[in-house]
Design a protein around this ligand. Sequence first.
Ligand SMILES: *Cc1c(COP(=O)(O)O)cnc(C)c1O
Length: 349
Amino acid sequence: MSDKHFLPHIARMQGYVPGEQPQDSELIKLNTNENPYPPSPRVLERIRDACDGNLRRYPDAGAHNVRCRLGELFGVAAEQTLIGNGSDELLNIAVRCFVGPGDKVVYPWPTYSYYDKLVHMQDGRIVKIDFAADFTLPTDLPIEDARLTCIANPNSPSGTLTPVSVIATLAQRTRGILIVDEAYVDFTEGGCAHLIHQHPNVFVVRTMSKSFSLAGMRLGFGFAHADLVAGMWKVKDHYNINTLSLVAAAAALDDIATMQANAKRIRQTRDHLTRQLETLGFSVWDSAANFVLARIAAPAASWLYEELKQRRILVRYFDQPRLHDCLRISVGTEVETTALIEALAELLD
Ligand SMILES: *Cc1c(COP(=O)(O)O)cnc(C)c1O
């Protein structure tokens, strides 16, 4: 393939490699932080009902139903909400709105590496500030001339949580835009949605992929000052969410209790998994998410990853300096977790 037609900064791009999605249903899949439990039964019912002649029509570009429900649930106005085709699309919209060639985008590292791709697409300048060893927020933040600062909270791949009070102070001191990516917030307490009322530069992004068990429907939502939402609205594709996804989102939001029950169960399994991993000799960062990051000096994490894969258990390995001796393991069902621990015990024996 010839690069000559591409803009130079696009030709230089590496692209983002998502976690593997093998089509093998026997696999114990603990690599992309999907929810092991099904979504609210209402979701399937309402999707079935919506599969009718109305599919010939375009979806509601304003996502009215979903935005009203979000407003009620989170104490924000519909004008302060934005629905995305996954939270990835919302991050994409924000970066296209706020970052031009050479502009500084700052994030603590290691974190969600999709941010790299988004900044590269705009030919922006990435400034990665290393997290401390315990994954507390680097004290050099904020960076004075950053156009955009991104904090995943809880962070991936560490699972660690920065307290809301620390994020609030950062929002106060940040002059550019601050994105708080709360993909995993339902697995912990709190969240930063309320910060949008005091801080017109804060964009809080959430997803239905993890806690709501709807990764396949591609649904994210964002909260910000109405002016910020209005500006980003101009950039989003008008029909960005398909009709069935809108139906699924509204149904899932009408049954928050199912999401919360699943999240509670996952937290219990996570704490159990953490203790078992520690017994096996791993050190595990305190996780506020539906996965854990586990480090081991020997044997090599890359070897463990391969051996687990042989045994049809898929976890995530990152070939990066800070993470080369770590595995990121999603919290599955109790049965899946037991199978993982048994396989690891055998490999470490
Ligand atoms: C999974 C994840 C996302 C993307 O979620 P989608 O809504 O499925 O696009 C965003 N940020 C972080 C930190 C994630 O882990």
